[in-house]
Design a protein around this ligand. Structure first.
Ligand code: SAH
Length: 256
């Protein structure tokens, strides 16, 4: 069910229409089709464009101009897709939305994490004296989320999930974390609230292009020995919660 082939099968309520050039839009990216399916269903006036192996769909989401894409799991898939989205659509901000493993025991499956910043936990040049997670050239460890987008996301998330929402660092790496020791070491290094595989790569592309970035993840598993079973069981449910937050965010009608 959750395979790389599970990319968006783009259907759009009013069929295909030409895209508009020069319109400021919001960008939404997820790794798997299940993380974008409900948003995609609500999109109208869709225009499709293939760039490389990604399909971008632009149109209207709750009255806002938007572009959405499903990039596939992993940092390189995410970075390529984000870069292409930026170059071809010039979004005013990009939001990475989807599911994640919990970063500590205070979170349960179905809870939401709004990112304050993203780190690449598997970036490791400590052997030459750099701090863990340090990204050469860019020169930072933590990619900050846009504070306005973060606060609006937090407000929208609380409307959907009440007190089952936390804000914090979200750690990204090319690894499905299912070993509690790996999870604890990521938490010890970065105080991560969630672990996933794309966010900091989207953040990296956004940072380089000076595009505001935000991230919202719903917990699908606890990044431990139960994850191989929990992830397929709860990913769709968690993905639905995170997409409901985006509806609330966009419905506010204000552009962060
Ligand atoms: N072949 C599968 C891979 C899914 S990997 C596919 O293409 O569908 C898991 C996905 O969910 C990643 O996109 C990641 O961002 C997120 N995720 C959920 N739980 C995770 C965990 N415990 N560790 C890392 N990523 C996790």
């Amino acid at each position: 069910m959750f395979s790389a082939e599970n990319s968006l099968i783009f259907t759009c309520r009013y069929g295909m229409m030409p895209g508009k050039k020069g319109v400021a839009m919001v960008g939404l990216m997820s790794a798997m089709g299940v993380e974008m399916a409900l948003l995609q269903e609500q999109m109208t006036e869709c225009a499709h464009q293939e760039i490389g192996m990604d399909t971008f769909v632009s149109g209207k989401l709750y009255g806002q101009d938007a572009v959405i894409a499903v990039c596939g799991a992993g940092k390189i898939n995410a970075a390529i897709c984000a870069w292409n989205m930026i170059q071809h659509y010039h979004p005013q901000w990009i939001l990475n939305v989807g599911v994640a493993g919990s970063g500590d025991d205070s979170l349960e499956i179905g809870d939401l994490v709004v990112g304050t910043d993203s780190v690449q936990h598997d970036m490791d040049t400590t052997g030459v004296g750099d701090p863990r997670g340090y990204v050469s050239k860019v020169g930072i460890v933590r990619f900050p989320c846009d504070p306005v987008l973060r606060d609006r996301l937090l407000a929208a998330a609380r409307e959907v999930a009440g007190d089952r929402v936390q804000a914090g660092t979200i750690a990204t790496g090319d690894q499905f974390v299912s070993d509690p020791e790996v999870k604890s070491s990521i938490h010890a290094l970065f105080q991560a609230k969630a672990v996933e595989m794309e966010g900091a790569a989207v953040a990296h592309a956004c940072w380089m292009a000076k595009v505001p970035y935000g991230i919202l993840r719903a917990i699908s598993d606890n990044a431990n020995g139960d994850s191989p079973r929990d992830f397929p069981a709860f990913a769709a449910e968690a993905a639905e919660v995170s997409q409901r937050v985006i509806f609330h965010l966009l419905r506010q009608g204000e552009r962060p």
